[in-house]
Design a protein around this ligand. Structure first.
Ligand SMILES: Cc1cc2nc3c(=O)[nH]c(=O)nc-3n(C[C@H](O)[C@H](O)[C@H](O)COP(=O)(O)O)c2cc1C
Length: 668
């Protein structure tokens, strides 16, 4: 008897029979071809998650009027019959593994930046307020700010809007119906109408829609677009085809915004109009930096389960719920009737095999999401989705390395890059020795794990996964270049160093020790110097431990390694807890700040550790320059691919080229 009996039990959405209660959340991953057609990468992305055991895969934002009403050219298009062959290929690939697939139908309205880039105004029910990001939301590296503003900065782009006429509304509704019928013909098992997240349908639902022509005003007027879409879609696909909606439970951070009471009424009307389920989400004012992490990509499990349970009770609807759940919580949500299905987004990016591992009672093998928001961060930069811990996500079509012959590999350093490299090379069939001068594995990740629970989970997973390999792990072992001749390949994963003594300042004698357990080596007034995520997390810890804390950086942001929603979440939490943040502080102002502090914690990055004289090899992780987990996992994956194609052993000791990735590349 599995511990996940409820989650793994079959379920139904209308006529759609699903093998379990696990749903891949809809994610617009930007993996389609630049003309909106299905790409090999996209097929492989969904096929991997079907093979991994999920019951239902949702294709995030399938554009009903592509290229119109679309955010990005590489979004999934369902607007024309020429997309049918690709759609069929995707459906077949998913069905081969016993999963079902449905498209999330969308017309993006105010978020249709591809319309802007094509010189077209965006079609909206009413002119929205001019965006005014709050101070935290503006904390972006310049290159990120530029990428996010592409559609405003590109010459010839149209930054304007067109308020939808009666004809426009009927035309867009018609596109939903046609698209639904096309999805049915392609072999998709259902459609989810996106009625949330501020897109076209939702912007009609909002109480900010005060149109007076019957498509706004009171709830009946505001719900009319959604209900007409449901009617027309039903007419196009017939009574039995599974159709449901993704609907906000409420909007956060708006004086005038959707409330749960009204949205429950919308759900009731939608059910009467013939939908088979409600996928309950939330939205927020995007001027607020924490909008995503308060609403549809929650950083903490928040209100969504409560709303799901209430909606299910009030309407009797089949409910899909989601929101940063771990697998044990998800099991409870199904067992106690909070929802009928649980969506996983980020966790199924990190490990597509999550359901299969549950079915095999091997939950400890699931690669955890570390909530660094690389996934959503990248989409906001208009780049394909990437995952910090699973570099194959979004590159699922690339062949796994198959070594032509096992090689003897020495990996030096057992931090994240060394552990990931050792594990991947071992899985690829090589004979790996991993040496670490410390008495424990983990490197800097051990300290980071003291600050961040998901990183602690990740380190624990690395330890367990390493223990399941036959990597020869030698702790307390120093690197000896002379001994390296016994190996075909040497991999240096010796890490970076993000702490240093600041001359003349009261620094912490044993910072690593203090991170694990508080003591009086850190005084009442703490100054943290640094820009990276470690500096921010240490400042957060100092604050939690009751120190008056000031974080100082020369930049206009901190924690650039994190995807923007995660960065903004942590900065806001730090400020809300009373932390001081001094941005753009010139070096010559630091001296005075240092003088006013009892303790200075200097976490400014050092360039990678110097390599011993005459040593060559592959360099991964922070040893190649300060990066993040992203750089460690990607470096390990690329190394495994490089060694797979190597024909004859390279001479150990011969210096390998040390390619230095750009700062931007290291974030990916
Ligand atoms: C990369 C990425 C893209 C997303 N795109 C969409 C989308 O196109 N449509 C949508 O309704 N939600 C989208 N979301 C939100 C997810 O569907 C889901 O609500 C979110 O990931 C929270 O679930 P989780 O905690 O299991 O990750 C996206 C999320 C991510 C991470």
């Amino acid at each position: 008897m599995t511990a996940y009996a409820a989650l793994l039990s079959p379920g139904r959405i209308g006529s759609l029979e699903l093998r379990n209660r696990i749903v891949l959340c809809p994610m617009g991953v930007l993996l389609s071809n630049p003309d909106g057609s299905v790409s090999d990468t996209e097929v492989a992305f969904y096929e991997a998650r079907a093979r991994g055991g999920a019951g239902l895969l949702l294709i995030g934002t399938a554009n009903v009027a592509y290229p119109e009403g679309t955010n990005h050219p590489q979004m999934h298009a369902v607007s024309d019959d020429r997309y049918l062959p690709g759609m069929r290929r995707l459906a077949d690939a998913v069905h081969r593994h016993g999963a079902k697939v449905a498209a999330q139908l969308n017309y993006m309205g105010v978020y249709a930046q591809y319309d802007m880039l094509r010189g077209e105004p965006r079609l909206v029910p009413y002119e929205p307020a001019f965006p005014a990001p709050d101070a935290v939301g503006r904390m972006l590296p310049r290159e990120e700010a530029t990428a996010m503003a592409t559609a405003w900065l590109t010459p010839g782009a149209n930054t304007g809007f067109r308020v939808a006429t009666e004809d426009d509304i009927h035309r867009v509704i018609g596109r939903y119906a046609e698209a639904a019928a096309r999805c049915q013909r392609a072999g998709y098992d259902g459609v989810e109408i996106h009625a949330g997240h501020g897109y076209f349908i939702d912007s009609f639902l909002s109480p900010r829609n005060q149109r007076t022509d019957g498509w706004g005003g009171d709830l009946a007027g505001r719900a009319r677009v959604l209900l007409t879409v449901i009617d027309e879609v039903r007419r196009a696909v017939g009574p039995d085809y599974p159709v449901w909606i993704r609907l906000n439970s409420r909007e956060y951070h708006h004086d005038v915004g959707e409330t749960f009471t009204e949205q429950t009424e919308v759900a009731r009307l939608a059910i009467e109009a013939g939908v088979d389920a409600i996928h309950l989400t939330a939205y927020a004012n995007t001027d607020v930096a924490t909008a995503a992490t308060d609403a549809y990509a929650p950083h903490r499990v928040g209100d969504l389960p409560r709303y799901a349970a209430e909606l299910r009770r009030a309407t009797g609807a089949t409910v899909i719920t989601f929101g940063r759940h771990d697998v044990d919580a998800a099991e409870r949500l199904i067992a106690d009737g909070t929802g009928d299905f649980v969506g996983f987004g980020r966790r199924l990016l990190a490990d597509p095999d999550l359901p299969r591992k549950l079915a095999g009672d091997r939950p400890e093998q699931i690669r955890p999401c570390i909530y660094q928001y690389t996934c959503i961060g990248n989409i906001a930069l208009r780049e394909p989705m990437r995952c910090a811990v699973n570099p194959r996500a979004g590159r699922d079509a690339e062949p796994l390395p198959q070594p032509s012959g096992p090689r003897r590999v020495l990996v030096v350093g057992a931090g994240p890059a060394g552990l990931e490299s050792a594990i991947r090379l071992n899985h690829a069939g090589h004979r790996v020795t991993l040496i670490e001068r410390d008495v424990e594995v983990g490197g800097m990740l051990r300290h980071a794990a003291a600050l961040d629970e998901p990183l602690a989970d990740y380190l624990a997973w690395l330890r367990r996964t390493l223990a399941d390999t036959d990597v020869d792990l030698r702790l307390g072992a120093e690197y000896d270049p002379a001994g390296a001749t016994a190996y075909d390949e040497v991999v240096l994963a010796t890490g970076g160093d993000w702490t240093s003594a600041l001359p003349g300042a009261r620094t912490v004698p044993d910072l690593a020790g203090w991170l694990t357990a508080d003591d009086d080596t850190v005084g009442a007034r703490v100054l943290v110097l640094g820009t990276g995520a470690p500096a921010l997390r240490i400042a957060q810890l100092a604050l939690v431990r009751g120190r008056a804390t000031t974080l100082v950086t020369p930049e206009r942001y901190v924690a650039p390694e994190l995807g923007a929603p995660g960065r903004h979440r942590h900065i806001q939490d730090y400020l809300d807890a009373g932390g001081q943040l001094l941005l753009r502080t010139p070096d010559d102002a630091v001296g005075e700040l240092v003088a006013g502090a009892d303790t200075v914690i200097d976490v400014r990055p050092r360039v990678g550790t110097p390599l011993p004289e005459g040593v060559g090899g592959h360099v991964v992780g922070d040893a190649a320059g300060p990066g993040a987990i992203n750089a460690a996992t990607r470096g390990a994956m690329e190394l495994a691919a490089t060694l797979a194609t190597r024909r004859s052993p390279s001479r150990p000791g011969s210096p390998a080229p040390r390619r230095k990735p750009s700062a931007r590349e290291r974030r990916r």
